[in-house]
Structure formats: C-alpha cells, structure tokens
Write a protein that binds this ligand. Structure first.
Ligand SMILES: [Zn+2]
Length: 316
C-alpha cells in the first residue's frame, strides 16, 4: 500500500490554491501507486485541519494501469501512520471498502426564472449544484450555492424589482461525479446561448463574502468592478480575474462571461467533502450576506441598458 501524505501548503496565498496544489494525490494517486506495484492507495485528506474526519472526492484511473482501491484517511490517521513508518515500525493495515459503481440513472437539473420586463429572451444564469458526496449533508458544498441563487432572486422580488432581462436559477445535477448536469444544460440550451449575457456560480461555500472572480475580458471586467463597488456594505466589492465555476464552465465556449462568487475560504476545506459539512456549519448571517451580494450583482447586470461585452468564445 502506498500512503500519499503531502499536506496542503499552509503558506499558499489562499486555501483553494493550497487544495489545488495537493489534490493530485487523490485524483491520480491510485494510478501512480499501481504503476509502482501497489495493491492500494491511501491519501491524506485534503484539509489543513488536524482531526479524525476523512474527506472524500473524485479520483480517476488510467486505462493502461490496474484499477487498485484508493481511500482517503483523516489527517490525524495520516500523521500517525507516517510517524510509525518513520520510526521503522512494521505497520499492518486492513482495508475494507463498501463503495461501488451503480448503473447510470436519469436525473435532472432544477430550473426556475424571474422573467425580464423588457428583454425576457436575454438571460443571466445564477446557480450552484444540487448533488453532494455521501458523507455529511453537502450543506456548504453546495447547498449554500443553491440557496444563494434562490435567495438572491427572492430578495429582488421582495423589493418589488423586476430587471429588464430574465434571471434564471439553475441547480445543476452531478457536479461532483461527472458534471453531466453542466453538459446537459449546455446541450439543452445551445440555441439561446448567444443570449446568455452572464453566468454566475456559487460553489465555494456559504461563508462571509469577499467578492467575485471572473473570466470576463477587460471591458466587461471594468463594468463588473463598477457594479461590485456598490456591494461594499456586503464586503463583496472586489472583482478579480479568475475562475467562474465547474457547472457554468461549458458556457465559456459560447462566449458567455463567467463569474464565481468568492467567499472567505479559510474554513471551507475544514468541512469540504466530509461529515463536517452539515447545516450547523453554515452561519445564517454569513449565508445571507452572500445572497445579498449576489442579488446586487445579478440585478444590476440583468437591468443594464446595454448587455455586458461578451468573450470571444471558441468555434467548437
Ligand atoms: Zn461543489
């Protein structure tokens, strides 16, 4: 058995970078371990927290290598194993896993709209993903994102507002295990993608807002910065170039500018994909601030006299 025990880099500028720098052990560990002749791969959980909760997540195999079992172990278990091995102890470990592939089954994205008053065929998408891993409840990942999207539109309606363009709430299915919902949305709405003016995803937890990241070009970025400046009261005035979201990513091919909601990420990987990701871990006021920030951005973008400039997209 091979133990992958490289911790998240604590000196990283943000926790998502630290996660991104370590997650190859989980996603590809079984491939490298099998190549080295191992019968199983064990992976230190993708969190900086030291505790007894294993964190699951996607992994893959390679067609040219034997498919060996792989399992995440808690950070404390990894430390303990590594310490014993470092002392030269002979460690015996039995692995019993109950996971297996079931046949594919039909599922659905869930979609609702606030129809635009003047330009209802022009669409601003806002969403999160409806599926979650089997451990925990998926409260932050991504119940919070779904609630952000739904609550943002409720807030706009509660103020008696109706923007020029349509705001479409999409709860994407199957983000964690194949992103079929994202692909399904792209296919089903191919004919109207040139009328999608923006897509925003919340999939980084229900924590205190920090702002947004976007792949928008310079002109749209400048416009988004101006809009976000209005969101200072919700601590969401910052917009920086970066990632939109897994579920909205396919829309970039059609030139739709993508925006990711960016909350404080210091505690996200404490709970991510583990039994810690439960409703009690979501702070109601932090969640509400996020929904307020998203509502502000959505409303202004959906009500602009001229739509935001699009990205080039690609021909595929
Ligand atoms: Zn997620």
């Amino acid at each position: 058995m091979v133990l992958f025990d490289r911790p998240l880099e604590r000196a990283s500028s943000d926790c998502f970078s630290a996660y991104g720098g370590a997650v190859d052990q989980r996603s590809e560990g079984a491939i490298h371990a099998a190549r080295a002749g191992a019968v199983a791969a064990l992976v230190r959980s993708m969190t900086m927290r030291l505790d007894d909760f294993p964190h699951t997540g996607s992994m893959r195999y390679s067609p040219d290598v034997e498919r060996i079992p792989a399992a995440a172990i808690s950070t404390r278990a990894a430390d303990e194993l590594a310490a014993r091995l470092a002392r030269g102890e002979s460690v015996r470990l039995a692995l019993q896993l109950g996971c297996r592939w079931h046949p594919d089954a039909t599922s659905h994205n869930v979609i609702g709209e606030l129809r635009g008053s003047e330009l209802p065929d022009e669409i601003v998408v806002v969403g999160g993903h409806l599926d979650a891993w089997d451990v925990g409840q998926g409260a932050h990942d991504d119940g919070a994102g779904c609630v952000h999207a739904l609550e943002a539109v409720r807030l706009i309606r509660a103020r008696g507002l109706r923007p020029r363009r349509t705001i479409r709430v999409v709860f994407f299915m199957n983000e964690e295990n194949g992103t079929r919902g994202a692909a399904g949305y792209f296919d089903a709405h191919r004919g109207e993608l040139e009328r999608h003016v923006l897509a925003l995803e919340s999939d980084a937890g229900g924590f205190t807002p920090r702002g947004f990241s976007t792949d928008a070009g310079p002109e749209a970025l400048a416009a988004l910065e101006e809009i976000a400046a209005l969101l200072e009261p919700a601590s969401a005035a910052s917009v920086r170039p970066g990632w939109g979201g897994v579920d909205i990513a396919p829309l970039a091919r059609a030139g739709v500018p993508l925006v990711g909601f960016r909350p404080d990420d210091e505690r996200y990987f404490d709970v991510h994909h583990s039994d810690r990701d439960v409703l009690e871990a979501v702070h109601p006021r932090e969640l509400a601030l996020g929904a307020g920030a998203i509502a502000g951005l959505l409303y202004v973008v959906a009500d602009l006299p001229d739509a935001l400039p699009r990205n080039p997209g690609d021909a595929r």
